[in-house]
Structures are given as C-alpha cells and as structure tokens.
Design a protein around this ligand. Structure first.
Ligand code: RP5
Length: 174
C-alpha cells in the first residue's frame, strides 16, 4: 500500500442505522476531523439491511478499521449486532427519539447481556462528541501524536473554564 492510500484509509467507522441520524452524528465527524483521524460514514441498518451489517462487521478488521461508532435509535440493536460480529471496540451512541426521548435507544444499547460489550455514551449530540473522543483515546494508546493532541484538548477545556470563572468573578454575575 502506498503512502497516499494509508493517509485516507479509514481507521474509525461511524455507522448509522438511518440517514436521519446524521444530524446528530456529524458531531462525531467534526471531532474526528479536528483530531485528523481518518474515518468513514456508513448507513447500515441491523433490521433493514441485516446482510450488509454482517458483511461490514465481519470485514471491518481486515479493512483496517480500529474502532466502530454505531448510532441508532428506538430498538437500537445496531451496536450490539455489530459488536457480536467483530472483536473491534464498538461505541454506541443512542439517538434521541420522538416517543421516548431516547431512553429506549439508551436501554437497548447499554443493557447488553454479558459477553458482548457495547461502550455506550450519552444520548444525542453530547454522546456523538464523546464517542469520537473515546475513539481518539483508544487510538491514542498506540499513537503519540493523538496522545499529545488529546492532552492539549483537555488543557484548552481547562483554560476555557478558568477564563469563564475569572469572567463571572470579575463581573459578579453571569
Ligand atoms: C433506527 O431507527 C435508526 O437508527 C433511527 O434512529 C431510527 C429511525 O429511523 P428512520 O425511520 O428515521 O429511518 O434504525
């Protein structure tokens, strides 16, 4: 494989159960771009396209994927199904839903029976961001650049909070 190909080979896959999940999942894309992590975005449904879910998950490791982020709503079995078919770490992002607010998605994802873990993050956009940050943390275990970038990211957050604290203390009110 030449160097150009290596640069664009995705190491994180963001898999969404529906195109309708993208509005939330673009937060994950934004974080991965910020950290310069190559990624791909797929729409694969565990119940509408189970055959494609099988092909994707069983081939992901060979394709060079290191972490899978799976987003789904309602009976959100996508992450669990993918996790059952690969030993790659799978991070699940529960989507907000119109009927039950995303509690349905959260419980479907987080309550995996023992043996097949799905690392589940918060419902919605915060979860989408954290899923990508968690993926970066996993990758940073064997990538010094990402490790340093993560440390700088945390430092910037600390400085933002400290600056906000100084501002409210000076003004006396928010
Ligand atoms: C899930 O069903 C998807 O992940 C999505 O969150 C939800 C609704 O899908 P659409 O009916 O909008 O395609 O599979």
């Amino acid at each position: 494989m030449n160097q150009g190909m290596e640069k664009t080979t995705p190491i994180v896959a963001i898999v969404m159960g529906s195109k309708s999940d993208y509005e939330v999942m673009k937060e994950s894309v934004g974080v991965l771009k910020e950290f310069g992590v190559t990624h791909e975005v797929r729409v694969i449904s565990a119940h509408r396209t189970p055959d494609r879910a099988l092909v994707f998950a069983t081939g992901a490791e060979e394709q060079g994927i290191k972490v899978i982020i799976a987003a789904a709503g309602k009976a959100a079995h996508l992450a669990g199904v993918l996790a059952s078919l690969t030993i790659l770490p799978v991070i699940g992002v529960p989507m907000t839903t119109s009927d039950l607010g995303g509690l349905d998605s959260l419980l479907s994802m987080v309550q995996m029976p023992a043996g097949i873990p799905v690392g589940t993050v918060a419902i919605g956009k915060a979860g989408a961001k954290n899923a990508a940050l968690l993926a970066v943390s996993i990758l940073a275990l064997s990538d010094t650049r990402l490790c340093n970038e993560l440390k700088s990211f945390r430092q910037r957050m600390r400085e933002d909070v400290e600056a906000a604290d100084a501002e409210v203390r000076q003004g006396g009110q928010i």
